[in-house]
Design a binder for this molecule. Structure first.
Ligand code: SER
Length: 862
């Protein structure tokens, strides 16, 4: 059975038991700061487990794209060195939200493995959390698994949590016994041992708690089931292979590496095999991450991506001198493009980013490895690389700690990780980065109704007050506090649109809103209290209408812009970021090719055309799947409630999932003008544009300016550019002529100067100032003079307080002082600044006194 068949069987089996097939979510978690990448099938259901979100189904089945390369679940360092670890994998899972629990979950899993795909039931083991007698009994009594194949394990193995906070619970894992010949070969080896004998294939989590930031577990209002089975590991068992890399999933990638490098995997020594596996894994994680909108950077998930690519570069050099890693994408697209079309759509961007990243890192990789060799030699006694040195490699050559570890491991060294962390901490402290304030969770009845789609002034009641993150009943005068009301017209920053500028009127006294925040389902406004306020007080909340209307114009124009970009460049355009403020809009998007001025103008024309059509915007709500099915654009980083998404449609042209505020009809935007276009990095472009009054003012100013110029140049506005160019050419020619004339003038003085060079002792010394000469010209004249007559030439140029100075002495002139001595004298007397060569010196100084200089020569030249 191949992996495609297993995928289908999995969906079919759970559909049969009323599970809704839900597509994999993006690898970029939707507005979840606790997660770097989607790392489990349950991520997209986090709020369903927490009871914060209700969907039309209570049972779901998914095959989820996952990356475990940073944060709580991190397998990056194991990849290549074990037979089962991957940074990217697909997790098959079935879920229950307040529906079935342990008994059904265990029985579904058992039936799927033993009946659907026919695994040998004698080889299956189960582990349970040691305090979970209920799960133990289900395995023993309902399933009939013998007690010697049910293992009780502790929290580390059998209690699952998604991150430091969030839904969690005890779990039960299913293992497949691959036989004594695998792993540690100890007779008494059991699941839980770190060796390869018992392969963990399925984890059934019984969601019961919500872990708080302080580590406490709160009981969830409903229990749930979250299961996860790595497709790749299952294939090891189904296809009876030694490692995940030998399954049909990886075969095309290993073959691809062979083709690009000319090296045979089967005949390669173990370290080269390891490198094959690392590349095969890393091309998957890097490509899928990029396809979902992640860009390499020095922070957060962007840095995890960068680490993966750099680690791949390290291993790639073991296989081939060529940079084969970026090329591997073609083999991934061939094998997985049908299942994940985003790989096909973003193939060019992926290859461009991978090439850029690996090429930029190539030299650092060479120099860093040389330095590392030196460090290793220096610390031969301790066999540990110091934290300082590991940090130097990170800081100077961009070596992530993971790749430093791999390299020193080859010499059987370790790295002083605490020492490294300490250095990182010092750096962080120096760069002064502050953690953002985290707000305490609010009671579930504190909910604000957003009225700002239809009104800009709303009367409301205060329902909660927060001071220093504590809930209080009243706040004294002149205190900073967060006011939460039952209704609010205030738009809180989301989807690129910034928060409103606003005021709260309390008994008609205005208090400026200094900050707006969404806390759970409440809108909180930060003010300084004009007098004592209490829960229950009635307030008037007012949005600054001009800035809001300007933001609305910019927001709708952003939608028009995105649709225009897609219409000109095709569907591979992906939003990479967006900012909507009252004054302008900024839109970042990924696109791998260069964009011409003509194409930008075409985009401006399209957007303005749509504005003139004055299309009425339509706002509807529907389910996420329905919207996506109808081709509505969704932004990868945003969180959408699958059962209730808001669609902003400009009929016939654009439809986007969006919670922002928009104009009633496109004509309200008035006008659109791109004012800036730039490339942010490989494959990411930025457009900044103006709308409404601001765009019109820009057009008017530009028109006035070009009119003014056309009058000045006495040509039609269309010809101003040519006129300026002509003027520039003329100026250049004139400068050239002036230079030549000046040279002639200066040279015409040479004959008379040569005739009257005074002697200081036997040394001919000419001191002369050319009032119009530059340093370059002085140098030329000195060269001419010295060709005619040997001597010491001390020439000055310019007028006023500061002069250029150039001195030149013939090689055959005997002087008994050094030019340094003389320039020192000039420095002391005339603030000379410059440089000295063998026979010359140059620089600038104050106005000189020729007599004093002659005296110095008399004294110092014998
Ligand atoms: N969330 C659990 C895991 O990732 C089961 O899906 O292992």
């Amino acid at each position: 059975m191949n992996s495609l068949e297993i995928r289908q069987k999995f969906f079919d089996f759970f559909s049969k038991f009323q599970h809704t097939i839900v597509p994999s979510s993006s690898l970029i978690p939707a507005q979840d700061p606790t997660l770097l990448f989607a790392n489990a099938g349950m991520n997209q259901f986090k709020d369903c487990f927490l009871g914060k979100e209700n969907r039309s189904y209570k049972r779901a089945v998914t095959i989820q794209k996952c990356i475990r390369a940073g944060g709580k679940h991190n397998d990056l360092e194991n990849v290549g060195f074990t037979k089962r670890h991957l940074t990217f994998f697909e997790m098959m899972g079935n879920f229950s939200f307040g529906d079935y629990f342990k008994k059904e979950a265990i029985s579904f899993a058992w039936d799927f493995l033993t009946k659907e795909i026919g695994l040998d039931s004698e080889k299956l083991y189960a582990s349970v959390f040691r305090e979970d007698q209920e799960a133990y009994d289900i395995w023993l009594k309902s399933i009939g698994l013998p007690s010697n194949r049910i293992i009780k394990l502790g929290e580390a193995d059998n209690f699952w949590q998604m991150g430091d906070t969030g839904p969690c619970g005890p779990c039960s894992e299913i293992y497949f016994d691959r036989g004594l010949s695998f792993g540690c070969k100890k007779e008494d080896c059991l699941p839980g041992c770190s060796c390869d004998r018992f392969l963990e294939i399925w984890n059934l989590v019984f969601m019961q708690f919500d872990r708080q930031p302080n580590g406490k577990d709160i009981l969830l209002s409903q229990t749930g089931v979250d299961t996860g089975m790595g497709l790749e590991r299952l294939m090891v068992v189904v296809q009876n292979k030694d490692s995940v890399y030998e399954t049909d999933i990886f075969a095309p990638l290993l073959a691809g590496i062979e083709e690009l490098s000319g090296v045979s995997y089967d005949q390669a020594p173990q370290d080269i095999k390891t490198a094959f596996c690392v590349l095969a894994d890393h091309i998957r994680s890097a490509s899928f991450a990029i396809a979902d909108g992640c860009m390499p950077s020095n922070e957060g998930r962007g840095y995890v991506l960068r680490k993966i690519i750099r680690r791949a570069a390290l291993f790639s050099q073991k296989i081939s001198d060529k940079n084969i890693f970026p090329e591997l994408i073609q083999f991934l697209v061939l094998s997985m493009g049908k299942i994940y079309p985003e790989l096909i759509a973003q193939q060019k961007l992926i290859i461009a980013l991978l090439e850029n990243e690996t090429e930029k890192f190539a030299l650092n990789l060479i120099h860093g490895q040389e330095l590392l060799k030196k460090y290793v030699k220096e610390s031969v006694d301790q066999r540990t690389l110091s934290g300082e040195n590991a940090f130097k490699l990170y800081d100077t050559y961009g070596f992530p700690i993971e790749i430093t570890k791999v390299i020193v491991q080859e010499s059987n060294y370790t790295v002083d990780i605490p020492g490294f962390e300490k250095q990182m901490e010092i750096q962080r402290a120096q760069s002064g980065k502050k953690q953002k304030a985290v707000f305490a969770a609010l009671p579930s009845n504190i909910i604000t109704l957003f009225t700002g789609y239809t009104e800009l002034i709303t009367e409301a009641k205060i329902i909660a007050l927060l001071v220093d993150n504590e809930l209080v009943d009243q706040v004294e005068k002149n205190k900073t506090c967060w006011v939460i009301t039952d209704k609010s017209p205030f738009y809180v920053e989301c989807g690129g649109q910034v928060s409103d500028q606003a005021k709260i009127f309390i008994n008609t006294v205005p208090a400026a809103v200094n900050n707006l925040k969404k806390i759970d389902k409440a809108i909180a406004a930060e003010i300084i209290t004009p007098f004592q306020i209490c829960i229950g007080d009635t307030v008037m909340q007012s949005v600054d209408s001009q800035s809001r209307i300007d933001s609305m114009k910019n927001h709708t124009a952003t939608h028009l812009l995105q649709a225009a970009l897609v219409s000109v460049f095709g569907k591979s355009i992906k939003q990479a970021g967006s900012l909507v403020v009252p004054d302008y809009l900024r839109f970042d998007f990924s696109y791998h090719e260069s964009i011409t001025a003509e194409q930008l103008m075409a985009i401006e024309l399209i957007v303005n055309q749509k504005i003139r059509e004055n299309i009425i915007t339509e706002i509807t709500t529907t389910t996420y799947n329905n919207a996506i099915g109808q081709g509505v654009t969704a932004f990868f980083g945003d969180k959408y409630n699958p059962d209730n998404v808001r669609v902003v449609t400009i009929p016939g042209f654009s439809a986007e999932l969006c919670g922002g505020t928009h104009v009633r009809a496109t004509g309200d935007i008035g006008c659109f003008k791109i004012i800036e276009f730039s490339s942010l990095s490989v494959g990411v472009k930025r457009i900044v544009a103006l709308t409404g009054q601001k765009a019109i003012e820009l057009y008017l100013e530009s028109f006035a300016l070009s009119k003014h110029l056309s009058q000045e140049f006495k040509v039609k506005p269309n010809f101003v550019f040519d006129a300026v160019k002509k003027l520039k050419d003329q100026t250049k020619m004139l400068q050239f002529e002036v230079k030549a004339l000046k040279k002639e003038l200066l040279q015409s003085q040479i004959p008379s100067l040569i005739q009257n060079i005074p002697l200081i002792g036997s040394l001919p010394l000419l001191i002369h100032t050319f009032s119009t000469a530059t340093l370059e010209e002085l140098k030329e004249i000195a060269g001419d003079l010295i060709k005619r007559k040997s001597g010491f030439y001390l020439l000055f140029g310019g007028q006023g307080e500061k002069l250029f100075c150039f001195g030149l002495v013939s090689a055959d002139c005997k002087i008994s002082f050094s030019l340094q001595d003389f320039s020192l004298f000039l420095s002391e007397q005339y603030s000379f600044k410059g440089g000295t060569n063998k026979n010359s010196f140059y620089g600038s100084c104050r106005k000189i006194n020729q007599e004093l200089i002659r005296d110095w020569f008399l004294k110092n030249n014998n």
